[in-house]
Design a protein around this ligand. Structure first.
Ligand SMILES: Cc1ncc(COP(=O)(O)O)c(C=O)c1O
Length: 369
């Protein structure tokens, strides 16, 4: 939802985030202009190295946005027409868009009612002989059960692709999002836990051949060894130098900002009335709480949102229409009971690193009143 500067408790506070690092951000303009490192260049190369290390992956390739990151992974892996790719019904539409963009067919699957994420059982139920991959979405900042999803993918011979757009720095049993599947797509849309100053994205992977192919496709099919030779028909999807420089500055703050989000989630758990149930986080997961998701159980979502509106508190819904019921996919109501119920119950409360305990108490008191 749009940022409202007059809202007393903001849903997202990008102004406060950027004020914290304002002097460093101001300096990158000078450096970028004076070195003319506008697309790719030294800052992007350094960011790619740092983000690969942060995510526990061998390679990182900066691209133009998170949707491209997912699409590039699928194209480089050779998936296309005739292939089915499993996508959770509870996700942002970009996950399914990437599948359609490579000519493959998204096959939706339901999610766990507590974590709201896809599991190995959902994958087994959705798989057919045409299935080639799973887009496992680490939604809301919590990783899927990577052991369970990996096992299902291995048993069925499917590629495990991570949609990590909402999970920068999240962990499962100590492994970081971006390091557990064939490859992962990240979004650096400004509101993400790690956000650029515009659109941006990246792929991380441990597969060096796949990394080269993704780099090639996103750079007009250019040969990795020769600047003027093009091995394949690619496209343009690159990360700007200014974004690389800004992302390097923010990456140094990411663990601190994620820890502050965990504090906020803890305060919600402490102060919210029983009528609102926070997203459940598994003990094996270290969540980074991209969104402050709660389920409205003892009051309707309309009642909750009316109270928040009256108090000038920001909120959102992620997502009110499950992906299979969006117009392009033509699914029918009743197909995925859990995702459809969640879509009618969930509300996203303010969540960002600059919320205080008093802010959270105020949100909770407003909802309890
Ligand atoms: C789960 C998920 N996947 C993919 C994307 C796509 O990222 P981008 O907006 O950078 O293309 C997003 C971003 O909103 C997302 O939340």
């Amino acid at each position: 939802m749009a940022l409202d500067l007059s809202t007393p408790v903001r849903f997202l506070d990008l102004v406060a985030t950027h004020e914290e690092i304002r002097a460093e951000l101001d300096a990158i303009w000078d450096t970028t202009v004076s070195t003319a490192g506008f697309v790719g260049g030294a800052e992007v190369a350094a960011f790619e190295e740092e983000f690969a290390a942060y995510s526990g992956a061998a390679r990182c390739i900066g691209v133009a946005n998170g949707t491209d990151a997912l699409e590039l992974i699928l194209e480089a892996a050779g998936f296309g027409p005739g292939d089915e790719i499993i996508v959770p019904a509870n996700t942002f539409i970009a996950t399914a868009e990437a599948v359609v963009r490579v000519g493959a067919t998204p096959v939706f699957a339901d999610v766990d009612p507590d974590t709201m994420l896809i599991t190995g059982d959902h994958i087994r139920a959705a798989a057919t002989p045409k299935t080639v991959a799973v887009m496992a979405v680490h939604l809301y900042g919590q990783m899927v059960d990577a052991d369970d999803v990996s096992k299902a993918c291995n048993d069925l011979g499917l590629a495990f692709v991570e949609d990590s757009a909402q999970a920068h720095g999240a962990k499962w049993n100590g492994a970081t999002a971006g390091s557990v599947g064939l490859a992962a797509g990240f979004s650096f849309y400004p509101g993400k836990n790690l956000g650029a100053l515009g659109d941006g994205g990246a792929v991380t992977t441990n597969d060096l051949a796949l990394a080269d192919k993704i780099w090639q496709i996103s750079n007009h099919g250019r040969s990795v060894n020769s600047r003027y030779e093009h091995d394949l028909v690619g496209r343009n999807s690159r990360l700007d130098g200014l974004q690389g420089a800004a992302l390097r500055i923010k990456l140094r703050r990411l663990n601190d900002w994620n820890a502050r989000r965990r504090d906020v989630a803890g305060w919600y758990g402490q102060y919210l009335p029983d009528t609102l149930v926070p997203l459940s986080v598994r003990p094996e997961a270290e969540a980074v709480h991209h969104l402050g998701i709660v389920r409205c159980v003892g009051m309707t979502r309309d009642e909750a949102s009316a109270k928040l509106d009256a108090a000038g508190i920001g909120w959102g819904i992620h997502y009110p229409i499950p992906c299979h019921l969006q117009k392009p996919f033509g699914g029918s109501a009743g197909e995925f009971e859990v995702s459809e119920r969640l879509a009618s119950e969930i509300i996203s409360l303010p969540m960002h690193p600059h919320l205080s305990e008093a802010d959270v108490e105020r949100v909770a008191q407003t909802l309890a009143s």
